[in-house]
Design a protein around this ligand. Structure first.
Ligand code: SAH
Length: 238
């Protein structure tokens, strides 16, 4: 199956066993990928479902629903303070490749950037492309940027951690190795280049976040999520 091209579709495009293709998708399949009538490809709804489809003009015939197991057995939410420049693009791309489920962009005290609304669309597109490239069955959800306080208050998971580059906090590796019960959800908060303010750290701890370390070296804001997600994936991936 891996050699087949994949496109992301909206489930509303499915009508019985027909997939109605948008003009953009037709262009992509016909002109960019150079598929022809009768060629097969994979349609993904970005929410875990994959179908084997066969191109037929402006439509495609759904041949079968596919079984996939590319996803991690738990959901990972990355609460990520917006770094400067285009750093968030890289964070979205790498986190998606590594298996993140959702990303919450945070406007924190030391965030320098106030993103335009086009940014969200850009990040969603990057997540979609990275999910396709990594053959994931879901496209991570990228939420609207929120303030630090809103993000912290909306947090419901029993397993929530805030990464802090300085201080003598337990290592994430150590913490997750001590988890013995089945867990379904984990939330990780990571600060911007300037780090969290003392007050933010305090608010997070009061809201049930456990401060953790990712090792003794100070990582860049772009590197920290890669380390955190890799450690979680390594522990829980069966
Ligand atoms: N300028 C800050 C570091 C910011 S690094 C300082 O000098 O203290 C950006 C973010 O990455 C941090 O807020 C933290 O969430 C995360 N981070 C980087 N290195 C880390 C480490 N070794 N342990 C835990 N979190 C880390």
């Amino acid at each position: 199956m891996s050699q087949l091209q994949r496109i992301t579709i909206n489930p509303q495009q499915l009508q019985a066993s027909q997939l109605l293709l948008t003009s953009q998708q037709q262009h992509y399949l016909w002109r960019v990928l150079r598929l022809q009538d009768g060629d097969q490809f994979i349609a993904m709804d970005g929410m875990g479902k994959w179908w084997l489809a066969q191109l037929q003009g402006e439509q495609a015939q759904i041949l079968e629903k596919l079984k996939t197991n590319q996803e991690l057995p738990l959901s990972i939410t990355l609460m990520m303070a917006l770094p400067k420049g285009n750093g968030f693009d890289e964070i979205v791309r790498y986190s998606t490749e590594l298996g993140v489920t959702s990303i919450v962009p945070i406007l924190s005290g030391r965030t320098l950037l106030n993103p335009s609304s086009q940014k969200l669309e850009r990040w969603q597109r990057i997540a979609s492309e990275a999910a396709e490239q990594s053959e994931r069955t879901i496209v991570p959800t990228i939420l609207e940027p929120v303030t630090f306080n809103t993000a912290i208050q909306n947090c419901t998971s029993n397993h929530r951690y805030i990464c802090e580059a300085r201080g003598n906090y337990p290592h994430l590796h150590h913490i997750i190795n001590n988890i013995t019960d089945q867990i379904y959800e984990i939330m990780i908060a990571i600060g911007p280049e300037g780090g969290w303010t003392d007050q933010e750290l305090e608010i997070a701890v009061k809201s049930g976040f456990i401060p953790i370390s990712l090792g003794r070296r100070i990582l860049r804001a772009v590197t920290a999520p890669i380390v955190a997600i890799s450690l979680i994936a390594a522990k829980f991936e069966s």
